[in-house]
Design a protein around this ligand. Structure first.
Ligand SMILES: Nc1nc2c(ncn2[C@@H]2O[C@H](COP(=O)(O)OP(=O)(O)OP(=O)(O)O)[C@@H](O)[C@H]2O)c(=O)[nH]1
Ligand SMILES: [Mg+2]
Ligand SMILES: [Zn+2]
Length: 316
């Protein structure tokens, strides 16, 4: 039975790349049993999945089995649907793509992504794209943002589709690895993909039609085989990275700068929000934790407790 990688899913059809031929594509469908199996997920088969399939007489395929995922990046399902939505599976590294301007980067988005990447055990990198749009007055702000993440051990880089060196640096980081771009609409994910892999010419928004609200240009996640031996998944823009499967008490453990100091808190179940003898709040006051990071922690903690509360009241 042939094995392949799911590159794209458009509802009914899955585009599968056979393991032995990166140039070939087989259009596959899934039998109903997968829909049942994937009850907790809005998508039973995700981009990046490795599947076994059978070729039918008309040349299309039927997916028979799915290999265990080594990693996955999921976020909360949107549009009022329950459960998780797997953005991509079997990835080595996730790039959170933000823009210097249009739309201006938000550290809250970056931090939610980093927490998820820590939890999913995926290497995380941060891209600040559209560096060419940076103004003099922003320079300090950008430099201090870069410093915050570098000190925490994350890779963070400025890029621009008009700066070939930055594109080359990204491409080098992706060689022989599976990577994914995640970020708000309009930050330039597809543009960077097109720059990394010339000849693709995937649709990007026209500069004139692009508003800061973000018009979604990419509508399906797609995994692209790169000439450098890697794979890169382009995904549709998302406004917020919805956290999944977290207890509020777990969050601090996914903030590297809070993880170590929180052991010194007076109370073992310290929330680091108001308790006396809290080592995290002390570190924050001493300037060892960046205000933007502590803000992100509070915001994530509160959104998860709100959620737990409303889930509890639904049950009653
Ligand atoms: N100045 C500048 N503009 C850029 C850069 N990268 C992308 N753009 C522009 O930003 C707009 C949006 O780019 P896209 O690549 O479509 O953005 P996206 O992140 O794929 O958006 P969605 O598919 O909606 O999630 C386009 O008009 C691009 O030309 C850059 O480095 N500098
Ligand atoms: Mg796009
Ligand atoms: Zn504490």
């Amino acid at each position: 039975m042939p094995t392949g990688k799911v590159l794209k899913s458009t509802g009914k059809w899955y585009t599968v790349m056979p393991e032995e031929n990166r140039k070939d594509r087989v259009m596959c469908q899934i039998p109903g049993k997968f829909r049942l199996k994937g009850l907790k997920q809005t998508n039973p088969i995700a981009v990046g999945d490795v599947v076994d399939y059978t070729i039918l007489q008309d040349g299309s395929g039927i997916i028979d089995d799915i290999r265990e995922r080594t990693t996955k990046i999921s976020r909360r399902a949107t549009h009022g649907k329950k459960g998780e939505h797997i953005l991509v599976s079997n990835v080595d590294q996730g790039f959170v793509v933000q823009a210097v301007e249009q739309p201006r980067y938000r550290t809250g988005f970056i931090d939610r992504f980093l927490v998820s990447a820590e939890a999913f055990d995926i290497r995380a990198c941060i891209i600040l794209n559209k560096a060419d749009l940076g103004t003099e007055e922003q320079a300090d702000d950008i430099a201090s943002t870069i410093r915050i993440y570098e000190q925490l051990g994350y890779d963070i880089m400025l890029s621009s589709i008009y700066d070939p060196e930055s594109v080359e640096a990204l491409s080098t980081m992706m060689a022989h690895k599976t990577s994914v771009f995640i970020g708000p609409s309009g930050t330039g994910k597809t543009s960077l993909l097109n720059a990394i892999q010339p000849g693709l010419e995937h649709t990007v928004a026209e500069v004139s039609s692009f508003s800061n609200k973000g018009k979604h240009t990419t509508t399906f996640a797609e995994l692209i085989p790169l000439d450098n031996g890697g794979f890169l998944a382009d995904t549709p823009g998302i406004r917020e990275f919805g956290l999944i499967h977290f207890e509020p008490s777990e969050i601090a453990g996914y903030f590297p700068e809070m993880r170590a100091v929180s052991r010194e808190c007076k109370f073992y179940n310290c929330t680091h929000l108001h308790e006396p003898g809290c080592a995290v709040m002390e570190a924050f006051q001493d300037g060892l934790i960046a205000p933007s990071r502590y803000d992100s922690y509070i915001s994530m903690y509160e959104s998860l407790t709100d959620e737990a509360r409303s889930a509890g009241s639904r049950k009653r």
